[in-house]
Write a protein that binds this ligand. Sequence first.
Ligand SMILES: Nc1ncnc2c1ncn2[C@@H]1O[C@H](COP(=O)(O)OP(=O)(O)O)[C@@H](O)[C@H]1O
Ligand SMILES: [Mg+2]
Length: 287
Amino acid sequence: MKAIEISNLVKTFAGKKRTLVSALQGISMDIGQGEVFGFLGPNGAGKSTTIKCLMGLIKPTAGSATIMGEPIGSVASRMNVGFLPENPAFYDYLSAEEYLLFVGSTFGMDKTLLAQRTEETLNLLELQDARKRPMRGYSKGMVQRVGLAQTLIHDPAVYILDEPMSGLDPIGRALVKDIILGLKKRGKSVFFSTHITDDVEKVCDRVAVINKGQLQVVDSVENILQRGVEGYTVCFVTSDGSKEELVIDKSALQGVIQLAVEQGKKIEKIEPRRKDMEAFFLEIVAQ
Ligand SMILES: Nc1ncnc2c1ncn2[C@@H]1O[C@H](COP(=O)(O)OP(=O)(O)O)[C@@H](O)[C@H]1O
Ligand SMILES: [Mg+2]
């Protein structure tokens, strides 16, 4: 069973003056159990629309999807999910602690377990100092961390996070990446959207790029990086001991190695020069 399976999902909104906005034009993909999957696309690409469909917040115009085998829109499909919406806003008269206790109780968690999980989660998200204060006094970064905390409280198998790193400073972003990697280690499935390529390179197994409601590519991060190899930097040590560096095209590697051997140079290292995820992303989106 896949963690998430999306089949030909279509969503059309009514736009201004009787126009239609084609937000999703039939997207299909699946996310395996234990996989960290990045959903990458520029603003307006259709990321939040996809996620809202998955969470049953809006109804797709056509197509279907399941979460852990349960059809979207059903209570069963949501029970095993931690969901972070795009711009989380909470009852701001509650403290983080009260809010987590509330969320846990809606999942029917046992009181003792809930108290223990609340403690752990507040510590993990570095909210322990603010735990008793009403959230109205929290910074944007703190609210975002509460948003993440409430996805973790019932220890679900699947995490659907809409731009989890947004509004966070570099330390906050690193914390979120660590949390995602921690979830992966524990065999959890994570599906998260972002418009920042750097976020996916470090943590994802696979990435889907969406633009204008259509999937442009679904591939492993490794393959994407491999596809982007443009050439190599070759470092030699010549017979008199001096070092040389040569920047060459992808196709020239074999010839350069042969020549080096013939000239008695020692190859010290060969480093691929690749387009990074950012360049790859820009190329796809420009198509
Ligand atoms: N409720 C809505 N009514 C009309 N158009 C919408 C609505 N929600 C989203 N859209 C449009 O659908 C497209 C995709 O939006 P969205 O999924 O929010 O993009 P992303 O999350 O990738 O930035 C955009 O063109 C947006 O304007
Ligand atoms: Mg969005």
